[in-house]
Every structure is written in structure tokens, then in C-alpha cells.
Design a protein around this ligand. Structure first.
Ligand code: UD1
Length: 420
């Protein structure tokens, strides 16, 4: 298992280019099952999750091939299987996205249940409820969600919770049903909006994107746009923004959309960072002489993203004072807190809330990554810790950050990958 070795104490300086968004490209790739023509996607990040989904699509008969950096060709002309096996699905929850498209195209599907994950139970009941409303008959058999969709029809579906996954999933399925579907209380994340735009460009009629009610009039056939470009990764951008301020550096974060992570920018400013911005970049430098404590609560977009909670916690470990971080999406998503404490942080976790008492300094130590964003938080801790930090199990990080250590090295960080 690869590890990162980090020598802390070097401020980040320079420009970093943000890659395409992992959480945007995965639904676009899964949506390929809805089409019968090959197409290309651009600005695809080189992250493990993309390769895992390509592997799953391959099992189903859809050929997904990387032509060059950022450019992938997907050929969904022939579906040869409707079974998504446990061995691949267990690696990545986004695999569930193939269920709906398989049901509407092939009339049947078997997809392994994705199960829980490192930060608590992550049910798929809203996905199932939505597909049933569109006419699917689904059962759980031997750990698989299996069933048929013989008579698909439009529906009005009210989601109990704003779910990125369920919204994207049902939007895909409804796009290939030539009737009207109305989705109420949907997620408003930029990645959901991009999927909707992509499906519109493929021929579906969709309105209300970015609001909490989406209407879809599907089509019998959809035709994918060619050369569609994935939006920049707002979580990657936010991670570098936090790293820049935490290390007291000066970093231009290029090829990002500040509007997509406004809440993170605002919190950074409250913490004492200076953030200049243009349409497609931000530049982060320190304004205050010290990092100020800031409270956050994670919430669906446009609230503070749960995917930035861990990185922000690293920043707060060395703030002058106490910050309270409340997890509004996944109450158990705090394993990184205990690892940050190994670096000398003072964090107490109780009932979905972390109380972070700022300390003078962090000290290098071996730590273990527990999930994707937690890994990034530990790397950030290592960047300011005195001495050497070793972050183990970085396969979590490789799932979602394109060339993380290479981009950090270019900014002056002393970080290297140790193969084992
Ligand atoms: C969540 C985040 C997403 C992030 C991802 C990985 C939100 C709204 N979503 O997405 O931005 O990239 O974690 O860190 O911040 N739920 C159900 N039943 C379902 C589906 C979801 O109860 O069928 C619940 C989830 O457990 C969660 C909430 O609804 O509490 C939001 O769900 P969803 O956005 O789909 O979760 P993820 O896709 O995991």
C-alpha cells in the first residue's frame, strides 16, 4: 500500500490547475448506458474512481477508454450484461448509478448493494423508492438489488431528503421514459446541474435545474453530445484553498468556478484569509496574522459541503481559539479527528459535533487515512506539522484527487509517495 511522506513547514506558493470533478464525471459516465452512440468526455480527472467505473461499464459491455489526459471515449452501443457484480460495486458507491439506466434501457438489472462505508451507514432507499415510482419492480436477492422495469412511466416523486445520488440517479432513468416526471426536494449541487445539462444536450427536456424541483420529459432515444467538458472539481479547489492559507502561502487556484464553493471561500475569509477572485480562479494569501476560529455546519448545497469538513478541521487545529464543527450530513464522519489528534491537535468529538481547540503547533507522526477527504485532511496536517508525517492507506485519496502529490510538489510542498 502506498504512503505519503511529508516534511512539514513549507508554505505553498504558485499556481495549481484544478481537474474535472470526480462527482460530476461519474454520473456522466453511468448515463452513457442510456445511449446507443459513442461519444467523448473532456476534462475527465485521472482518479481511481473513474477507472473503477470504467471497469464496471466494461463488464456491462460499455467500452470506456482513456484516449489522452482528460479525454475519454465511451461506446455504449452494445449492452452485454445487466449484472453489476459485488467485486466492483463494493469499491465505489457511485456504481449504484448503473441500476436505473440499465432498467430503462434493458428492462432488467441486478446491482450489488453498495453497503456502508467508513463514515457510517449510507442507505439507498431513496434511489429504490424513485425507481419503483417509475414502474420498476425491485427486490433484494442475495445482496443484490434486482428487478425489472416492464412498463416505465412518469411520476411525481417527493424525496424525504436532499440526496445528490438519488436525484442524479432518478434524473437519468426518467430521461429515457417519454413521459413527464416531477422530482421534488432534489439536490442542487453543481454536479447534479451538470448531469441535467448533459441529459438536456442529449435530447431530454429538463427544467428547474439548480432549484429544488426538477421536471423531466424523457425521450424514447437520447443522443449524447460529443466533447462534453466536465466542470472543475470544487472540492479539489477548496482543498488547495485551505492548504494555501493553512501553510501561510500564496496560491492561485486556476480553472475553478468560485460560485461552486462560495461557502468555503466565505469561511476562509472569516478565518482570516485574503481571497481574490476572477471568473475562473481564486488567489489565497493570509490577511490576518493568525488563523481565526470559525464554526461550520455541513449541509446540502449551497451549504458548507461535507466533503470539505475534514480539510477545514485541519485548518482549525491551529486557529487561535475554539471552533465547533457540526456534521449535518454524516454524523459519524469524524475519524480524521482522532488521527489529527495524533499530530498534536486537540479535538473532542461528541454526537455529530467536533470541538476543535486550536493548538500552537502540530507535530509529525504516522497516521492512517480512513476515507477520501480524511486523507486530504491528514496531508494538510502534515504540511504544517514539525518533522515527518507519514500518511498510510492513501488509496483512499487516489480515488478522488488527480495527481495530488505532484500538484503539491509543484507548489513547494515536501511530499513524496513511497511505494510498498
Ligand atoms: C454525500 C454528499 C455529497 C458527497 C458524498 C461523499 C450531500 C447532500 N451529499 O453524498 O456531496 O460528495 O456524500 O462524501 O452533502 N440518503 C438516504 N437514502 C438514500 C440516499 C441518501 O437516507 O437513498 C441520505 C444519506 O445517508 C445522507 C443524505 O441522504 O444522509 C444525503 O444523501 P446523498 O447526497 O445521496 O449522499 P451521498 O451520495 O453519499
Amino acid at each position: 500500500m502506498d504512503k505519503f511522506e511529508i516534511e512539514g513547514g513549507y508554505p505553498l506558493r504558485g499556481t495549481v490547475n484544478i481537474s474535472g470533478a470526480k462527482n460530476a464525471v461519474l454520473p456522466l459516465m453511468a448515463a452513457s448506458i442510456l445511449f446507443e452512440k459513442p461519444f467523448t468526455l473532456l476534462n475527465v480527472p485521472d482518479v481511481q474512481d473513474v477507472y473503477t467505473l470504467a471497469e464496471l461499464l466494461d463488464v456491462l459491455g460499455v467500452k470506456a477508454e482513456r484516449l489522452e489526459k482528460g479525454k475519454w471515449r465511451i461506446d455504449p452501443s452494445r449492452i452485454t450484461s445487466t449484472r453489476a457484480p459485488y467485486e466492483i460495486v463494493k469499491k465505489m458507491r457511485a456504481s449504484i448509478y448503473v441500476l436505473g439506466p440499465l432498467l430503462v434501457r434493458e428492462g432488467k438489472a441486478e446491482v450489488s448493494l453498495p453497503g456502508g462505508c467508513a463514515f457510517g451507514p449510507r442507505p439507498v432507499d431513496l434511489h429504490i423508492k424513485g425507481l419503483k415510482a417509475l414502474g420498476a419492480e425491485l427486490n433484494i436477492c442475495h445482496g443484490y438489488i434486482c428487478g425489472e422495469l416492464k412498463a416505465p412511466h412518469g411520476a411525481e416523486i417527493i424525496f424525504d431528503k436532499k440526496s445528490v445520488g438519488a436525484t442524479a440517479h432518478i434524473m437519468m432513468a426518467a430521461s429515457l421514459i417519454p413521459e413527464k416526471t416531477r422530482l421534488i426536494n432534489v439536490a442542487q449541487e453543481p454536479e447534479v446541474v451538470q448531469l441535467g445539462e448533459f441529459l438536456k444536450a442529449s435530447g431530454a427536456e429538463i427544467s428547474g435545474l439548480g432549484t429544488d424541483v426538477i421536471e423531466i420529459v424523457g425521450k424514447e432515444h437520447l443522443s449524447p453530445p460529443d466533447g462534453y467538458s466536465v466542470i472543475p472539481d470544487r472540492i479539489e479547489a477548496g482543498t488547495y484553498a485551505v492548504a494555501a492559507y493553512l501553510t501561510g502561502g500564496d496560491v492561485k487556484i486556476d480553472n475553478c468556478i468560485p460560485e461552486h464553493f462560495r461557502n468555503v471561500i466565505d469561511k476562509l475569509k472569516l478565518a482570516g484569509a485574503k481571497v481574490e477572485e476572477g471568473e475562473t480562479f481564486i488567489r489565497v494569501t493570509p490577511e490576518s496574522d493568525f488563523i481565526k476560529p470559525v464554526n461550520i455546519i455541513t449541509a446540502p448545497f449551497p451549504g458548507f459541503p461535507t466533503d470539505m469538513q475534514a480539510q477545514f478541521m485541519s485548518l482549525m487545529t491551529v486557529a487561535k481559539g475554539t471552533s465547533v464543527i457540526k456534521e449535518g450530513i454524516y454524523p459519524d464522519r469524524f475519524k480524521h479527528a482522532f488521527e489529527l489528534n495524533r499530530l498534536g491537535a486537540d479535538i473532542i468529538v461528541e454526537d455529530g459535533t467536533a470541538v476543535v481547540n486550536g493548538v500552537e503547533k502540530l507535530y509529525g507522526a504516522p497516521v492512517m487515512a480512513t476515507d477520501l477527504r480524511a486523507s486530504a485532511a491528514l496531508v494538510l496536517g502534515g504540511l504544517i506539522a514539525e518533522g515527518k508525517t507519514i500518511v498510510d492507506r492513501i488509496y483512499h485519496l487516489d480515488r478522488g484527487y488527480d495527481s495530488f502529490e505532484i500538484k503539491l510538489q509543484a507548489l513547494g510542498a515536501h511530499i513524496k509517495r513511497v511505494k510498498s
